[in-house]
Design a protein around this ligand. Structure first.
Ligand code: HEC
Ligand code: HEC
Ligand code: HEC
Ligand code: HEC
Ligand code: HEC
Ligand code: HEC
Ligand code: HEC
Ligand code: HEC
Ligand code: HEC
Length: 443
């Protein structure tokens, strides 16, 4: 009994043993597979890594400089991000020398070493102002950056010996210069304001200059900043849209102040033929920014017009002059149309809530709203007659839609009355019927 038991136990142990051995073997195979897989993955990753690093990065310069201290440190990863590395240019493109030899920094091989800030624009322009050279890489790239830069306040002051102004690398970076369309580029529309703010919002840095350092603070609260950053509208202006990328003002724009007209065409056209055009010109006042400011531009509202405390008009016009009278009148008209639209809207809403069909009138009311918007643009003619014309069209529509709403409400009342009468009639009939049935039953 026990022998049999033992035999069984042995067999079982044997089986167990055999089972353990085969488990160990498959474990080993598994580990080997994992090891091979890891090795292959690592090899692939290292291949991908060196494939990501352009050939131009692998140089003796990087070998040494990736190991040097902070201000001399330039790593391969860093330079691999640079458009120049990606286009096959080595460190020697800017610094000279021989990036293939350990005597890389040999002056005899054209090594320049430290580049003075004042020499940077000319250094970059060595290639960037050379049309024939740049065309080999990118025929559509402009080659007038240095020429433009020289006309800017930055360029002029640099020429005069002031090296605190912006040079090429302050806006584009160095050793990590990206294509301007790259969203990570310092000059990508969403990043420009921060790039300029590094100096222009720094009171200490800008000390001693005759200009303020509130441009960024103002711009940050503007409608333009909001449109650009909150709504992602890349057509809204950032600093360089108004000031030009490299020049003081973009070519074709006589003065930075005229720049508003390139986008706000209607207001600009109306302003051009307004009585303010000659009056402002005579007083040496810029157009749009006199009323809207240049950086801190807010959403305009009707309170900017008229003779109230928030109106811009009273900054120049005083009681009794033609402009003052006009300002009051224009304000009244805008407010009146706004109120008329409000009334129509209210009536139509009530009609709709009671289930009346007023969608056509509601659609028509939209055109009255458009007319009010149009009047706010026409305001820039500063000619009351023209604004009145827009208002009148809006008033007619607002009136028409209000009447349509009131008619719908009357119809609703009429229907309700009809319904009431029929209900009462039915009720009376039911009562009569009940009485009649009672009478019959009593009989
Ligand atoms: C053998 C290592 C080594 C190599 C190769 C090397 N550098 Fe340097 N480099 C240094 C050291 C160390 C310094 C700091 C001491 C000095 O100025 O000599 C330096 C300094 C510099 C400076 C600052 C120079 C100055 O005048 O203050 C620049 C710029 C520079 N290297 C660029 C390069 C470039 C570009 C290459 C390749 C063409 C290169 N280096 C290759 C080690 C190296
Ligand atoms: C597109 C031009 C350009 C290229 C390419 C370039 N550099 Fe520079 N480098 C500059 C400029 C401009 C400066 C000066 C920066 C400053 O004044 O802040 C500079 C500064 C330096 C400095 C600091 C030197 C100092 O004077 O303190 C070192 C080191 C350096 N570069 C090494 C390299 C190495 C290594 C490479 C290649 C991996 C390289 N550079 C590629 C333009 C370039
Ligand atoms: C004050 C800032 C600033 C300075 C200084 C500056 N740039 Fe630019 N740069 C820009 C902006 C902004 C753009 C346009 C980005 C865009 O198109 O969205 C630009 C564009 C470029 C482009 C792309 C082609 C083009 O013209 O649109 C090149 C190349 C360029 N800059 C080179 C230079 C060189 C070289 C210098 C020095 C002479 C320089 N930049 C100085 C801000 C600057
Ligand atoms: C040795 C010639 C050379 C020098 C020096 C040089 N660049 Fe370039 N740069 C190029 C080439 C080539 C390209 C690639 C153009 C392309 O294919 O789009 C380029 C591209 C650029 C771009 C991106 C343009 C784009 O396509 O959006 C910027 C920005 C730029 N360089 C700025 C600079 C600045 C700033 C300096 C000076 C610090 C400088 N470059 C010095 C040759 C040079
Ligand atoms: C490296 C610092 C620096 C950076 C970055 C910089 N600036 Fe400047 N900028 C200056 C200095 C300094 C002045 C000279 C101040 C003066 O005009 O007296 C100046 C002057 C100006 C002026 C002329 C002001 C006037 O009417 O006198 C304008 C406009 C201007 N910068 C716009 C910009 C814009 C836009 C950017 C960003 C694309 C920018 N700057 C980036 C330092 C900088
Ligand atoms: C919507 C257009 C517009 C935008 C965006 C804009 N500016 Fe201006 N900026 C102007 C106008 C207009 C002036 C007044 C110029 C004049 O009076 O000749 C001005 C003046 C300046 C001045 C001269 C000093 C001063 O305050 O009057 C500087 C510096 C300046 N801007 C920098 C900037 C910077 C930095 C940004 C981005 C943060 C910026 N601007 C954004 C239109 C703009
Ligand atoms: C590059 C094009 C561009 C330039 C240049 C420009 N703007 Fe604008 N502006 C816009 C965009 C986009 C909006 C946002 C539109 C919106 O709110 O529907 C806007 C909005 C406005 C608004 C608010 C409109 C509203 O209904 O709330 C005012 C006011 C304004 N800009 C005035 C100016 C003035 C003044 C200048 C010149 C100093 C100027 N803009 C330059 C594109 C521009
Ligand atoms: C004399 C003062 C004044 C001048 C100059 C002026 N505006 Fe206006 N602007 C206003 C007032 C007031 C409003 C507000 C209208 C309203 O909402 O009732 C306004 C509204 C606007 C609006 C938003 C409303 C709209 O749809 O029209 C924009 C955009 C605008 N102005 C751009 C400009 C531009 C661009 C210029 C220069 C060509 C300019 N303004 C010149 C006073 C002015
Ligand atoms: C920066 C000063 C200034 C501001 C702000 C200003 N105006 Fe004027 N306006 C003038 C000057 C100067 C004249 C021409 C002289 C005159 O007739 O008083 C003028 C003329 C006018 C005229 C023509 C008057 C006539 O003789 O028939 C009207 C209308 C007018 N302004 C309306 C307005 C309105 C509305 C506003 C506010 C949205 C406004 N102005 C804001 C300076 C200004």
């Amino acid at each position: 009994m026990s022998a049999i038991h033992n035999e069984i136990m042995q067999t079982r142990d044997g089986e167990r043993l055999r089972g353990t051995a085969s488990a160990r073997a498959s474990q080993a195979w598994f580990l080997l597979a994992v090891a091979i897989w890891v090795a292959v993955a690592m090899f692939a990753a290292s291949q991908a890594h060196s494939a990501a690093l352009p050939q131009a990065v692998q140089s003796t310069c990087v070998d040494c400089h990736s190991a040097l201290d902070a201000n001399l440190k330039v790593t391969g990863e860093q330079y691999a991000q640079d458009i120049h590395a990606q286009k096959g240019l080595t460190c020697a493109g800017c610094h000279g020398g021989d990036p293939t030899s350990m005597e890389a920094m040999d002056k005899k091989k054209g090594f320049k070493g430290h580049i003075d800030r004042k020499a940077i624009p000319e250094l970059c322009a060595k290639c960037h102002a050379d049309g024939a050279y740049m065309r080999q890489y990118n025929p559509s790239l402009r080659t007038d950056q240095l020429a433009q830069y020289k006309t800017s306040v930055h360029g002029k002051r640099l020429a005069g010996g002031d090296s605190k102004v912006a040079v090429c690398i302050d806006c584009h970076g160095v050793h990590g210069i990206r294509a301007v369309k790259d969203p990570r580029s310092k000059v990508f529309p969403l990043n420009v304001a921060d790039t300029c703010a590094r100096c222009h919002a720094d009171g200490k840095y800008m000390q001693g200059y005759p200009i303020k350092h509130d441009q960024f603070a103002g711009y940050s609260t503007s409608v333009h900043h909001e449109a650009l950053t909150v709504r992602g509208d890349l057509s809204a202006p950032t600093c360089t849209t108004c000031h030009g990328n490299h020049g003081a003002a973009p070519p074709g724009v006589a003065s930075v102040v005229n720049v508003c007209s390139t986008c706000h065409v209607f207001q600009a056209q109306l302003f051009e033929s307004s009585p303010h055009k000659p009056a402002f010109a005579a007083a040496g006042l810029p157009g749009c920014v006199t009323c809207h400011s240049n950086h801190r531009i807010v959403h305009p509202s009707d309170s900017m017009v008229g003779t109230g405390p928030q109106a811009v008009c009273t900054e120049c016009h005083t009681q009794g002059d033609a402009g003052f009278v006009a300002a009051g009148h224009i304000k009244e008209q805008l407010v009146a149309l706004q109120a008329a639209i409000g009334r129509s809207d209210e009536v139509l809403r009530r009609a709709e809530e009671s289930g009346m069909e007023v969608s056509q009138a509601q659609l028509d009311l939209t055109s009255a709203r458009d007319q009010l918007t149009k009047a706010r643009v026409t305001l820039h003619s500063f000619t009351p007659k023209k604004i009145d014309d827009d208002i009148k069209v809006g008033q007619v529509t607002a009136e028409k839609t209000r009447l349509a709403g009131e008619k719908a409400l009357r119809e609703r009342d009429y229907r309700r009355m009809g319904l009431g009468i029929s209900l009462v009639t039915i009720l009376a009939m039911l009562v009569g019927l009940k009485l009649y049935i009672g009478q019959i039953e009593r009989k």
